[in-house]
Design a protein around this ligand. Structure first.
Ligand code: ZN
Length: 150
């Protein structure tokens, strides 16, 4: 019947809207340029005197969020949802779980490839989780300082 098709379409639309709403928050920490966690981290580094980094370096594999060129240190700030961090902030939406799962797995695999490429180029790669930044910057700044040998 014609109505069935229409109803199906409506349900699909509703499902899509529900997903958008329920995941919007989780996704706000994703790593498109200038998202909040990496901006916060960069401010903390600057305040701690760890300067001279470049941001969003496109010519390096994976476009690291923060790069200390001379020290060959590349830092990624990862959104817990997008990269499937096992911390509770990455809870899978109940609708379209498979879709998100696949997407997240792909992100993780891609990151591992980029990390390997960077390491081949002689970089140390640090991955910082969005949730780590919520408990204050101190530990993360120390890790970066340590990696820089300062
Ligand atoms: Zn996390």
């Amino acid at each position: 019947m014609a109505d069935t098709g229409k109803l199906y379409g409506l349900n699909r639309l509703r499902e899509t809207l529900t997903v958008a709403e329920s995941t919007r928050r989780s996704m706000q920490g994703n790593r498109s340029t200038g998202t909040k966690p990496e901006v916060t981290l960069r401010s903390a580094l600057w305040a701690e005197g760890l300067r001279g980094y470049r941001k969003n370096v496109r010519k390096l594999p994976g476009t690291p969020d923060i790069v200390f060129g001379p020290s060959r240190l590349a830092v990624f700030v990862h959104g817990c949802f997008w990269h499937g961090h096992d911390c509770g902030r990455a809870r899978m939406p109940s609708t379209n779980a498979l879709f998100w799962q696949t997407k997240i797995e792909r992100n993780r695999a891609r990151h591992e490839e980029r990390r390997a490429e960077l390491e081949r180029l002689g970089f140390t790669v640090l991955t910082i989780w969005e949730c780590e930044l919520r408990h204050g910057m101190g530990d993360v700044v120390d890790r970066i300082r340590g990696a820089l040998g300062r």
